[in-house]
Design a protein around this ligand. Structure first.
Ligand code: GDP
Ligand code: MN
Length: 418
């Protein structure tokens, strides 16, 4: 799970890690107020979206840059009014960009150097890794591409131990902060706290870019990005409450992705027109692969998990069908512990609850008691295309999706049954 920059800066501040003073705002007037309370001087106004590369982003209005340096509170209000309510596209967003509902107003910092510092998971070595570069800022990717040596990776093998001074001093050297005792000490203090925060918050990524060195020798985190292990939700309730779930009014996540969190689905929006409802992440991936292999494209990845109740199916139908792009719904369920007849029952009741589906429904049901379930689907009178073979089912879904243009969706439904 990712959080917004202003939330990340709050976590850093609470952990005693130096960040510029700042306030989040949802209206241009509030942004102006924030600037005034920060002293009314030069400020940075930053669009809050869950994507990086904002500095070089472009708004749908044509405005360039999701991060602006402005001289006073009046200009803060002005630029905020051009950001709020608009969509910001960056290298890390889709073509459509992300809607900006909040801006973060921070005091502008003067600095001598921009550095890059992050802690991530080193999958090969199964431990955290500290990544550091003396060439931080917006061009870090370019710097890394032209000179791989400018980015240093330092695996930290003992996850259960606090960071050693030795490791910290190595990082200091790779950041070029080893010239004076003061610099080394500043980095040691910051990195020790950052590493503690990374561990205690179950983070999988904390990225500070830029970390800046001010003329008076201080280190400050000007921008931060956090990701947390979703499996740690139960013990990181404060952090997960930040999340962009349905409970958060400002969701820059895809609306359907947020909606799908409520019933506990794993849902990812994709670019196609076949709406999938599948149980198990492995089968969901196989389904997406098969659809692509056979010439179709999926509107989503949806792992409905192990439950097969009427409520689950009705929720899944609602979510998938509320996506206007969906031209056919493909349910692919393998009954392991859940029996096929229960799954069929849930599908039938789910369809009945949601009402006549606006697009054809293809169901492939296999596994425990599959035959009983298939029989129920065939006999329920709901025009469900029940196809037992995986490939044939996918072929049919792909064909129906291709046939049903925007207006002929219901016509395609009756063409083939069973
Ligand atoms: P990102 O592009 O999404 O990573 O957004 P950042 O928050 O990193 O801001 C982009 C760039 O704006 C930074 O790399 C800095 O060069 C610049 N910037 C951000 N805050 C300040 C500040 O307080 N003072 C100055 N001088 N530049 C800043
Ligand atoms: Mn940044």
């Amino acid at each position: 799970m990712a959080i917004h920059e202003y939330q990340g800066q709050g976590l850093l501040n609470e952990a005693g890690i130096p960040v510029p003073r700042g306030q989040v705002a949802e209206t241009p007037e509030a942004a102006r107020g924030a600037a005034v309370s920060l002293g009314g001087g030069p400020c940075v106004v930053k669009a809050q979206v869950l994507a990086g590369g904002r500095g070089k982003g472009v708004f749908d209005s044509g405005l360039k840059g999701g991060v602006h340096l402005v001289p006073n509170a009046e200009e803060v209000q002005k630029i905020s009014s051009q950001m709020l309510g608009n969509r910001l596209r960056t290298k890390q967003t889709s073509q459509q960009g992300l809607q900006v509902d909040k801006v973060y107003v921070a005091e502008k910092i003067a600095y001598d150097r921009e550095l890059y510092l992050s802690i991530a998971v080193d999958r090969d070595n199964r431990c955290p890794v500290i990544i550091a570069s003396g060439h931080g800022g917006m061009n870090i990717e370019a710097a890394a591409a032209t000179d791989a040596n400018s980015v240093v990776r330092l695996p930290v093998p003992n996850y259960s131990q606090p960071l050693s001074e030795e490791t910290s001093d190595k990082v200091a050297a790779s950041l070029g902060l080893d010239k004076t005792h003061q610099q080394k000490q500043a980095l040691r203090g910051l990195l020790t706290k950052l590493y503690d925060l990374y561990r205690s918050s179950d983070a999988t990524l904390v990225e500070i870019n830029p970390l800046v060195l001010t003329p008076d020798g201080q280190l400050l985190c000007l921008d931060s990005k956090f990701k947390f292990d979703s499996a740690a939700r139960f013990r990181q309730q404060e952090i997960f409450a930040f999340g962009d779930g349905p409970s958060s009014p400002s969701s820059s996540k895809d609306a359907l992705e947020a909606e799908a969190e409520r019933p506990g689905f794993a849902y990812v929006r994709l670019e196609g027109n076949i709406g999938n409802i599948v149980n198990g992440a492995g089968l969901a991936m196989a389904t997406n692969d098969a659809v692509n292999y056979l010439g179709g494209s999926c509107a989503n990845f949806l792992d409905a998990g192990g439950r097969a109740t009427k409520e689950t199916m009705a929720d899944a139908f609602r979510i998938v069908l509320s996506d206007e792009r969906v031209k056919v719904v493909f349910v692919n369920i393998y009954g392991g512990i859940i029996h096929g007849d229960m799954v069929a029952q849930a599908i039938i009741e789910g369809v009945q609850e949601v009402g006549p589906l606006r697009v054809p429904l293809v169901v492939r049901l296999q596994g425990t008691s599959a035959a009983a379930g298939q029989k129920m689907l065939a006999e329920c009178g709901l025009k469900i295309h029940s196809v037992n073979d995986f490939t044939e089912a996918v072929e049919l879904a792909v064909r129906l999706a291709g046939e049903s243009g925007p207006s002929s969706a219901s016509g395609a439904r009756s063409k083939r049954s069973g």
